[in-house]
Design a protein around this ligand. Sequence first.
Ligand code: NAD
Length: 314
Amino acid sequence: MHFERAVVTGGAGFLGSHVCTELLRRGTHVVSVDDFRTGSPGNLRDVRDDPSFELLVADVAEPFDVPGTVDLVLHLACPASPADYLRMPVATLRTGGFGTLHALELALGKGARIVVASTSEVYGDPLEHPQRETYWGNVNPIGPRSVYDEAKRFAEALTAAFHTEHGARTGIVRIFNTYGRRMRAGDGRMIPTFLRQALAGETLTVHGDGHQTRSLCYVDDLVRGLLAMAESEHTGPVNLGNPDEITVLDVARLVIEVTGSRSGIRHVEPMVDDPRRRCPDIQLAQRLLGWRPRVSLRDGLRAMVDTADRALAR
Ligand code: NAD
């Protein structure tokens, strides 16, 4: 399916900037709506001079308008790193609530397909493993991480209601931890933190005993899955992530190996409400979208180290 003109909220962020690049490559005109609160103009370096790219600097939690036709809205705007959303708790809830409302109203008004980026964090600290879309989750509604988790749960409820009540062409994807080029060294997420530490020859800091697991998806795989969902008319939610589960300690060891670093590993205090296990069941994505990840963690880390972000070491 070909889209003529897409709106990407959060287009200046880590995932959003890769989505903009891929849509432009596929011949779609792109309008990125972003206020740069966690993204950066530098992420748009590859696309900003493309005549098919437009940038609207706006807070999606406030009403905004995109004149002209739009046939796809990808709603990605939201602080995603714990370090970011813990720093701006109320703004994160406003973005998840009002921001999602405005994105849905835009799509409904234009008759556009909309895909809303939700997260594996809606499963909280899961009691079911691996997590299927039918699992309702185990979230602390007033814990520090709730500003993100509950904002996304509300965003999902709102999206489902727009479909039921207004017939909006909605889709929800639950994105599991994704990594790749353009993550900020200081954004607090595990991969850029480990890479920065390894490249700088510093000790890698592992929270808790390091036996908690993560499942890490390379950004190119994720973008392919997101656009496959956009091209479908499925409402979801659909999990998008890499089901290869690995302990945090083994991630740290792999980063040291791939970077050729001589860094050691040090354990620090566990993070509050940090999930013990995290692994997507992606059978639904495989069946509905014919999608599954292709890039191993080792290859993804190598690509990140090679292409990128020697800047991470600074
Ligand atoms: P990011 O912080 O790099 O990007 C978010 C972008 O949204 C930034 O450019 C930021 O400036 C913009 N933004 C935030 N609030 C805004 C607002 N109110 N108005 C306008 N712009 C705003 O994060 P990311 O990793 O690229 O995540 C993108 C989306 O994917 C988020 O919705 C996130 O919840 C979801 N997600 C990401 C991951 C992951 O591993 N990266 C996992 C699960 C879900």
